[in-house]
Design a protein around this ligand. Structure first.
Ligand code: AMP
Length: 502
């Protein structure tokens, strides 16, 4: 059991159960194809575990911010293709999650055949939550699993309403990993603890500074947000990005840090230019009046890495400069490389720092898959997606009653031997806890093999195929995915990277 009352995959029996798996397949697309499959790969340990345990799996996700159903450039069809290539699974793509197709097809699923629903945001219900999508999904789902940490700070239908309409709900391995890594930093980081903050806005990071202030020993600040702090210290910042309305708040933070004996590091040298689009940067010990500070210099990074080298735990959230432009990437790149060599526990918050960690091939203990979600979690806010997973007190008591009746003496003894005496009056001692303690070393996904099908997606996209089981008893000739998903309907124009979450 994860956190308070959130079940993990190991707490549930999946044999022959119909499972809705909310994944984060919000992958970048280029020319109608998935250009980065990291998120698909990240979902595989959970997917493989569910299939291995005998579940019938229906996958659902959003992709980008489609305005309406015709926004076909945000179709998940290319994701279906990539998923099939990565796993050898027979991936049946359902282009209308509100149709009768999923409930008809779910019976035909098995360990080598899954359903993937079209972009849930093609339905206005995903945001409006009228209950249409949820009741549809609830009509053919026994268990809801959420493994999309990146959307857990949202209150979308598939995040908060779907778990309401099923008998059981739990977090997938990815969410479990995120919570374990981020909780450790938030609750009891090994000290000294260094917090690196960067990126565009102070306003986004203020709540996190407040929450983590007492536990943090070394504060390192870069990116545009450093200029609001520098202005608060009356250091000239030229025409750099500054949040003037927060200069006062930064002054107060600086004072509070001083009072508590915390170490605060701000940039001492800068790469400056006329604008973010410039292709050349000048290194300077200060920001001239007409220039913008767009990256931190090597002296700054040296100082930062020395201070962070003393820390046992480091959390990095936000780039040091406009790292997307090669002219202003060196601060973020050097920081990433320096952190990668450290032996301390190093966690990267999601969003741009995660993108930078990938771009500069950084090595970290954990890189979060959710920018907004990890920020919200570290600020100590309740995440709607996690709240929705909590099992209710009534369910917990029912489960406990079952446990008390069926727990053998042997199991009771075992739990006692493990130093976790079973308290018959506590609703928190569930049988699954005793039977299957979490084994973080067990890796799912890498050694799994599934019966590869040569039949492509196995279903035509034509709606007339849906509504009844379309399993053919005739052997099917090998098909290419092209014949299954009518790609002429997918605009092949270059599609911008979708937002990291939301
Ligand atoms: P955030 O989402 O707040 O972490 O901000 C990330 C963005 O901050 C990135 O797109 C960076 O390009 C941008 N950024 C970092 N440093 C600067 C800077 N000195 N001036 C302007 N933008 C910056």
């Amino acid at each position: 059991m994860l956190l308070n009352n959130i079940q993990t995959l190991k707490d549930i029996e999946f044999k022959n159960k119909r499972v809705f798996l909310r994944v984060d397949f919000n992958c970048p697309l280029k020319d109608g194809e998935v250009s980065d499959d990291t998120r698909i790969k990240a979902a595989l340990p959970t997917l493989n575990y569910l299939l291995q345990e005998g579940a019938k799996v229906v996958l659902g996700s959003h992709l980008g911010r489609p305005k309406n159903r015709k926004d076909i450039q945000f179709s998940l069809a290319p994701v279906a293709e990539t998923l099939q290539k990565l796993t050898d699974l027979d991936v049946i793509f359902v282009d209308d999650p509100l149709s009768d197709a999923p409930s008809a097809l779910v019976k035909t699923l098995n360990e080598s055949k899954v359903l993937l629903l079209e972009n849930l945001r093609f339905s206005t219900d995903e945001k409006e939550k009228t209950g249409k999508l949820a009741s549809k999904i609830g009509s053919y789902t026994d268990i809801y699993i959420n493994d999309a940490f990146g959307v857990c700070h949202r209150s979308d239908s598939s995040v908060v309403a779907f778990p309401e309409v099923v008998k059981e709900r739990a977090a997938g391995f990815l969410i479990e990993k995120e919570i374990q890594a981020l909780s450790q930093v938030k609750e009891e980081p090994k000290r000294p603890f260094g917090l690196i903050l960067g990126g565009a806005k102070v306003s986004d990071k203020l709540p996190m500074i407040d929450t983590l202030m007492e536990k943090t020993d070394v504060f390192v600040i870069g990116g545009a947000m450093a200029f609001t702090f520098l202005k608060a210290k009356s250091v000239p910042v030229g025409s750099s990005l500054v949040e003037d309305d927060l200069v006062h708040a930064c002054k107060s933070i600086i004072k509070r840090l001083e009072q508590r004996g915390k170490k605060l590091f701000l940039p001492e040298d800068f790469y400056v230019a006329d604008s973010i689009e410039d292709t050349k940067a000048t290194l300077s010990g200060f920001v001239p009046e007409s220039k913008m500070g767009l990256d931190v210099g090597p002296r700054t990074i040296d100082t930062y890495l020395k201070a962070l080298g003393e820390c046992e735990t480091v959390l990095w959230n936000g780039p040091m400069g406009v790292f997307e432009n090669p002219a202003f990437e060196s601060g973020t790149k050097s920081l990433c490389e320096g952190l990668s060599k450290m032996s301390s526990k190093r966690i990267v918050g999601g969003g741009d720092s995660a993108a930078a960690a990938v771009k500069f091939k950084g090595e970290f203990d954990h890189v979060s898959t959710g920018g907004g979600a990890s920020l919200a979690f570290l600020e100590g806010r309740n995440l709607p997606g996690l709240e929705a997973l909590r099992i209710k007190r009534k369910e917990l008591l029912e489960k406990t009653r079952y446990t008390l009746e069926t727990l053998s003496d042997e199991e009771l003894e075992q739990s006692e031997a493990e130093g976790r005496p079973f308290d018959k009056n506590s609703p928190y001692n569930l049988k699954s806890d005793v039977k299957k303690p979490y084994d973080s070393k067990k890796s799912f996904g890498s050694n799994q093999t599934f019966n590869a099908k040569e039949t492509g997606y196995g279903q035509k996209r034509d709606e007339s195929n849906f509504g009844s089981s379309t399993e053919s008893t005739q052997p099917k000739p090998p098909q290419t995915t092209q014949t299954i998903i009518n790609k002429t309907t997918i605009r092949r124009s270059a599609v911008k990277k979708p937002p990291e979450e939301s």
